[in-house]
Design a protein around this ligand. Structure first.
Ligand code: TIU
Length: 237
């Protein structure tokens, strides 16, 4: 492990979220041009993609905090092999869309690895040493080696950011919860094409005493991290 080692207690709902920095990772889920920018997969489904942009700046600040402390970051990208052999017909044809995954759009082939739309937006680009995980489904554990990566590095607590709240973020958080990981979703670092779904997904997540996990904000988490580092941080090599 490298970086600052502290215990952090972040204000959260339904009650504070505690973690040891030696066992935490930040997940940035599917911040891809295909979902966030005009001309991508999200817009091809009829969505107003501008609703997701508010999540970018708070996520950038959380990312900066994790990087400054040397804590792990995992980026995910939803998409498919160029030959589409990992694309179920059920996913390709759902909703009888005019453009399908793999078809050409303004940013290249929709939701297809290697196309410009599949890239992570420049504001949140991964840097050297960060995991970039390609996934064919909504949940980041399905058909990937995410669980192996997390267990191999001793991660037990996840801070989740990304898009969209009720689709890939929620699916990933539920998969993580069933595998015994403690999950905190940052409400301002996630976004949905449907504001009411964003709210409902987070309400469901934290209800019943945190039945799936915790919800907080970027400011609350960053403030708690900075306070912990200030009072009792130790430098590790
Ligand atoms: N359509 C939608 O809201 N989301 C997705 O298709 N994928 C993700 O959430 N990444």
């Amino acid at each position: 492990m490298s970086g600052k080692h502290v215990r952090v207690t972040s204000p959260a709902e339904p009650y504070p979220f505690e973690f040891d920095s030696a066992h935490v990772a930040l997940m940035c889920i599917d911040f891809q041009r295909d979902f966030v920018e005009a001309g991508g997969f999200g817009e091809s489904l009829g969505n107003d993609v501008s609703t997701l942009r508010s999540a970018i700046e708070p996520t950038r600040r959380v990312l900066q905090t994790f990087r400054a402390n040397g804590w792990p970051v995992i980026h995910t990208r939803e998409g498919h092999r160029e030959d589409l052999t990992d694309l179920f017909p059920a996913k390709r044809d759902r909703g009888n869309p005019s453009l399908r995954i793999g078809d050409d759009g303004p940013m290249g082939r929709l939701l297809t690895r290697g196309s410009a739309g599949h890239d992570i937006i420049p504001e949140l680009s991964p840097i050297e040493g960060e995991v970039v995980l390609d996934k064919p489904g909504k949940g980041a554990f399905y058909a990937t080696d995410l669980e192996t990566i997390l267990r191999a590095s001793g991660v037990t607590h996840l801070v989740l950011t990304g898009v969209t709240t009720e689709v890939c973020v929620q699916s990933t958080a539920r998969e993580a919860n069933d595998r015994g990981f403690e999950c905190l979703i940052l409400s301002d670092c996630t976004g949905s094409y449907f504001p009411e779904f964003h709210k409902s997904a987070l309400d469901m997540f934290k209800a019943q005493g945190g039945i799936v996990g915790w919800v907080s904000t970027s400011d609350a988490l960053i403030g708690a991290i900075e306070a912990s580092i200030h009072t009792n941080g130790e430098e590790n090599e």
